[in-house]
Design a protein around this ligand. Structure first.
Ligand code: NCD
Length: 299
């Protein structure tokens, strides 16, 4: 099966992945679940966590990985289209994981690929495997989703992690707080969609106004590379910084998350706070992506 967008993923599928990830999390042993299977990893944008965790997950499952981490050195440079590249790699492998700067790239790939396609990020649009590991991290630390108050802060316009996380959380009874400058707010279509699904959404500009209420604060970086100009980016650089003063205002049973990489939005002194969960969150990418790969290739 494909993993393309959070909108098209049912709650049963989400639950199956989270449950299976828990099994993989119990043991770090290698398995033969995907023995003799090959993953094609096509990364047209920079990546550290997503690419390495997919690779590690595939190898832990007994499979192997081929691919590239930039279009340099491939026939894309000669003018080959994404569709043709996908068709060719699909002929060599059992599954494709694709990261691409264009919104809709993974969907397009899934339409021409005879093997399953996993979206590892398409422009500012979606990043469903990140969402699954985010959900896994929330549940592991706080138990159930129902009743949680979750803040998502930073660049909600160009970022691709806050939107699918919100859409996934709309399967439960949560309250969402969007914290951003108005120019970087969540798109109206997504806010409308969430409200139609019965989610209580509050939009504010200042972290200080809501931090006391939150069970989770999900920080995101200002997406420098997606701004039309560097000048535009500089207007928002450093607009939110989590420091000791902010953490003092948060509850004891609160967790601080971030998909990473962080730039300047969480001070490094916060890393020692037991409520800072972003490194654990990144580690959870392994069992969660093991579950995703198994499901993608076997179903
Ligand atoms: C995110 C991404 O690529 O969207 N990174 C990740 O996969 N952990 C977040 C980001 O780049 O800001």
């Amino acid at each position: 099966m494909n993993f393309i967008s959070m909108r098209s993923m049912g709650v049963e599928c989400i639950e199956e992945v989270l449950k299976r990830a828990k099994d993989f999390d119990k043991s770090v042993d290698f398995t033969n679940v995907l023995k003799n299977k090959i993953l094609g990893a096509l990364f047209f944008e920079p990546s550290t966590r997503t690419r390495f965790s997919f690779q590690t997950a595939m190898e832990r499952l007994g499979g192997s990985v081929v691919g590239f981490s930039s279009a340099e050195g491939t026939s894309i440079k000669k003018g080959e289209t994404l569709s043709d590249t996908v068709r060719i790699i699909a002929g060599y492998t059992d599954c494709i994981v694709l990261r691409h700067p264009k919104e809709g790239a993974a969907k397009l790939a899934s339409e021409v690929s005879p093997v399953p396609v996993i979206n590892a990020g398409d422009g500012s649009h979606d990043h469903p495997t990140q969402t699954l590991l985010d959900l896994y991290t929330i549940r592991k630390n706080l138990g159930e989703f129902d009743g949680l108050r979750i803040g998502i802060c930073g660049d909600l316009r160009y970022g691709r992690t806050g939107r699918p996380l919100s859409i996934a959380l709309s399967h439960w009874n949560v309250k969402l707080y969007y914290i951003s400058p108005p120019q970087l707010s969540m798109d109206r279509g997504t806010v409308r969609f969430l409200k139609e699904r019965g989610v209580d959404v509050t939009e504010v500009m200042r972290i200080e106004d809501v931090i006391k209420e939150l069970d989770v604060l999900y920080m995101t970086r200002i997406q420098r590379e997606r701004f039309p100009t560097e000048e535009e980016y500089l207007k928002f650089k450093g607009v939110y910084v989590i420091n000791r003063d902010i953490m003092k205002m948060a509850k004891q049973e609160f967790i601080l998350m971030h998909p990473l990489p962080r730039v300047d939005e969480i001070e490094s002194e916060i890393d020692q706070d037991p409520r800072a969960k972003y490194f654990e969150q990144a580690r959870n990418g392994i069992p969660v992506r093991m579950a995703i790969l198994e499901k993608a290739i076997k179903e």
